[in-house]
Design a protein. Structure first.
Length: 325
């Protein structure tokens, strides 16, 4: 294919991408006129936060994922609940989320610069991108224009967030496909586990009671298993473990190498080896540069960020992310 044809194909892809995002009411540069420094403010605050607490990168990336998968990318994961009406952040899959203070702080800065303009849902999307960039990962353009939802119910998290003990097929059919995401999106977004940590309780069944008979998961690397048992005793709910050992503060492709070595924490991670497309992808990450993964990650993040968005006159622009107006 000649250079002119390649350029034509690339231009058509950009046009299709632009049409897709704008069809959802989102577009890159949505705040160019209404709050031109919005992304710069987010970036500046994220640089400050990452210097003080670099371990927040993983949780902030995860927060965007947990927001989008529960009733769409509407900032509902940020809302506070009550004793009688627990919110998403009170749901079992979300009780370990961290970084809400970071989002609140960024929102305060944006409200000072542009009152009532930038949604909390968009802040989550921009923060997730910057968390990746600031851990040496890829940059991607984030389409914005989301508005904030008013519904936040704890039980919705159990229905919409894939448990770490599910396998590839269960995650694809039960959680990703219904939201318009495919097998490749699972493979690529799982790579986000290259940064961050997990509580022992999220994978202790693989160490002590995999089949209900007090046994360990035989798919775990025999040298990795005793190291995990050293850190995580039975019924430990407080200790945290690196998801990408030795590289949990750097966004890279080493997670995929650990999957192949059977040195990952979750059944959902290990089950990538059950899928032919995933296995091929893992192999390419070992012998190639991370450029494919970096490009794909941005594409899948944009795709995920389009799930059930509120735009136009839907929802609201919250003044404070933790409470509805």
């Amino acid at each position: 294919m000649g250079l002119s044809k390649l350029l034509l194909v690339f231009s058509l892809l950009l046009l299709l991408f632009s049409s897709f995002t704008e069809a959802n009411g989102l577009k890159v540069g949505f705040y160019a006129k209404s709050c031109p420094k919005a992304e710069a403010i987010v970036s500046k605050e994220m640089k400050r936060v990452m210097k003080l607490a670099p371990s927040l990168a993983g949780p902030l990336l995860r927060m965007h994922f947990h927001d989008c998968f529960v009733n769409g990318c509407d900032g509902s994961v940020l809302l506070n609940g009550t004793r009688s009406s627990p919110a998403e952040k009170d749901g079992i899959p979300n009780v370990s989320l961290r970084g809400f203070g970071t989002i609140d702080g960024i929102k305060e800065k944006l409200e000072e610069a542009c009152p009532g303009i930038v949604s909390c849902a968009d802040i989550l999307a921009l923060v997730a991108r910057d968390a990746v960039v600031l851990t040496n990962g890829p940059f991607w353009e984030v389409p914005t224009g989301r508005r904030d939802g008013r519904r936040s119910v704890a039980i919705d998290t159990l229905r919409n967030l894939p448990p770490p003990f599910f396998n590839f097929t269960q995650i694809l059919n039960g959680f990703f496909a219904p939201k318009g995401l495919n097998a490749k999106d699972i493979i690529v977004l799982s790579g986000g586990h290259t940064i961050g940590t997990s509580h022992c309780s999220s994978f202790s069944n693989r160490l002590y009671n995999f089949t209900g008979k007090g046994d360990a998961d035989p798919s775990l690397d025999k040298y990795y298993l005793p190291k995990l048992k050293e850190k995580c005793k039975p019924d430990d709910v407080t200790t945290i473990v690196e998801m990408d050992p030795g590289s949990f503060k750097t966004f890279d492709a080493s997670y995929y190498k650990n999957v192949l070595k059977r040195r990952v924490l979750f059944t959902s991670d290990q089950s990538l080896l059950e899928h032919s497309e995933a296995r091929a992808y893992l192999q390419r990450q070992i012998y190639g540069s991370p450029s494919e993964f970096f490009k794909d990650f941005g594409v899948s993040m944009v795709k995920m960020g389009n799930i059930q968005v509120l735009t136009g006159n839907e929802g609201e622009i919250r003044k404070k992310c933790a409470i509805v107006n």
